[in-house]
Design a protein around this ligand. Structure first.
Ligand SMILES: [Zn+2]
Length: 168
């Protein structure tokens, strides 16, 4: 926990930092190497002490972060979602949903027929499937450890609900 006293200092191999990928675990140096590993998501990073930066090595994307003395700043311009990409993502979710929703609104099914629920269901399904595609792309891009994160979250909540189980 010595890291939190030294948050304003330069990046150092002797310190412990919050993981720039999962923001949950802590990264510390691997013995005899200029590399860090996370105790939560298990990602491995190489450190560049001159540039004060970390680069992930076990990911298909060469993501890197620069230490500004307080926190990690993304050092990969393409990784920041520009407003154009955000707009495209929102359009990708909303346009098909709106089209299907409008067709269901202008050509409503005859009430009481067997499949009269289908247009509403189809609109919802369109929204959810397009949303899932975007969420999947974001998770994939940032290599966010969803499973590990939820596992830790459940564990954390469970201990909070029943503190007597914290010894397990
Ligand atoms: Zn991590």
């Amino acid at each position: 926990m010595s890291s939190y006293k030294n948050l304003n200092k330069n990046l150092s191999i002797e310190e412990v930092y919050t993981c720039p990928v999962c923001y949950h675990g802590q990264i510390s140096a691997i013995t005899l190497m200029d590399a860090f590993s996370c105790n939560f998501c298990n990602h491995i990073f190489t450190a560049d002490m001159v540039r004060q930066s970390l680069t992930i090595v076990d990911s298909s994307f060469p993501l890197s972060w620069r230490w500004n003395g307080k926190k990690w700043k993304a050092d990969h311009p393409q990784a920041e979602w520009s407003w154009v990409i955000q707009l495209l993502a929102v359009a990708f979710i909303l346009l098909p949903t709106t089209l299907i929703g409008l067709s269901a609104y202008f050509f409503p099914p005859i009430p009481g027929t067997t499949l009269c629920w289908l247009p509403i269901f189809w609109t919802g399904l369109t929204f959810l499937s397009h949303l899932a595609i975007i969420v999947n792309i974001v998770i994939d891009y940032y290599q966010f450890p969803v499973k590990l994160y939820f596992k830790a979250l459940v564990k954390h909540l469970w201990f909070r609900i029943s503190p007597q189980n914290s010894s397990i």
